[in-house]
Design a protein. Structure first.
Ligand SMILES: NC(=O)c1ccc[n+]([C@@H]2O[C@H](COP(=O)([O-])OP(=O)(O)OC[C@H]3O[C@@H](n4cnc5c(N)ncnc54)[C@H](O)[C@@H]3O)[C@@H](O)[C@H]2O)c1
Length: 250
């Protein structure tokens, strides 16, 4: 059985690396035509090209999600080349580790701009297509740090907590019109972002594995599997949920 009653077009932001790449590959395997939006345009095109080599449908576009004009232009390109985007995965994000008293307002704004405002732009630009079709799936990638708080991550955790709030609000606002909105807060997923944080001494991967109930690190495929499920036709009764995919850490 296909995941969808008809072909679907997806937008995955930050889809050139890590979790976003895993989600792009998985949605393409599920049969969606995937448009990968990433700050790194060459990496987005490489990711799309490897999906096409495997028989899937994908395009890669250089998009900074903080640039509203570029988001509008890129969503227009997607609609023209692939069809109306009815699946949106807001995954592009930036980590930030800094003692609270050292966080400048400029840095706070930069993190909020990518992690929150970027998702806000993409939702506002893609939603009209979903409303016209009376069908849509939005999955926002937040963070398990929003459950407990994490020292030295005030800017990041604030931005990701706002994503959970945005998710619940949009779920209520657009549920009556066929659009579901859910969030996945990952924890300790093996990606370039996590490896860079570990290399900088901001995270201890082995210690986190030791305190994770399933005793392993997460993989992009773990998040992709949950995202794939939330995007299916048969997930239409699930909305406004924050689905932890974290090996039981929270
Ligand atoms: N890895 C983890 O353990 C973990 C845990 C919790 C939350 N997350 C969240 O998951 C998401 C993906 O993280 P990842 O670990 O795969 O990171 P990653 O750094 O491997 O990938 C992030 C991608 O987003 C792109 N990107 C960054 N800013 C962008 C912008 N302004 N516009 C468009 N693209 C942009 C980057 O170029 C990169 O390709 C992030 O939102 C992150 O906060 C990750």
């Amino acid at each position: 059985m296909s995941n969808w009653s008809e072909p679907r077009v997806a937008v995955v932001t930050g889809g050139a690396s890590g979790i976003g790449l895993g989600i792009s590959q998985r949605l393409a395997r599920d049969g969606a035509a995937v448009s990968i939006f990433d700050l790194d345009g060459a990496a987005a095109e490489d990711a799309a090209s490897s999906i096409r080599d495997g028989g899937g449908h994908a395009i890669g576009l250089k998009v900074d999600v903080t640039d509203r004009g570029r988001v509008e232009e890129a969503v227009g390109e997607v609609a023209e080349q692939l069809g109306a985007p009815l699946i949106l995965v807001n995954n592009a994000g930036r980590a930030s580790f800094m003692p609270f008293l050292e966080i400048s307002l400029e840095h706070l704004h930069q993190i909020i701009e990518v992690n929150l405002v970027g998702s806000f732009h993409c939702c506002q630009v893609v939603l009209p297509h979903m409303l016209e079709a009376r069908w849509g799936r939005i999955v926002n990638i937040s963070s398990s740090s929003t459950y407990s708080g994490t020292p030295r991550m005030a800017a990041y955790v604030s931005s990701k907590s706002a994503i959970n709030g945005l998710t619940k609000t949009l779920a209520r606002e657009f549920g009556p019109r066929g659009v579901t909105v859910n969030a996945i807060p990952p924890s300790f997923i093996d990606t370039p972002m996590l490896r860079a944080s570990a290399a900088a001494g901001d995270l201890d991967v082995q210690a986190s594995i030791a305190t994770t109930p399933v005793r392993r690190q997460g993989l992009p495929e773990d998040i992709a599997a949950a995202c794939s499920f939330l995007c299916r036709d048969e997930a239409s009764y699930i909305t406004g949920q924050i689905l932890g995919v974290d090996g039981g850490r929270s």
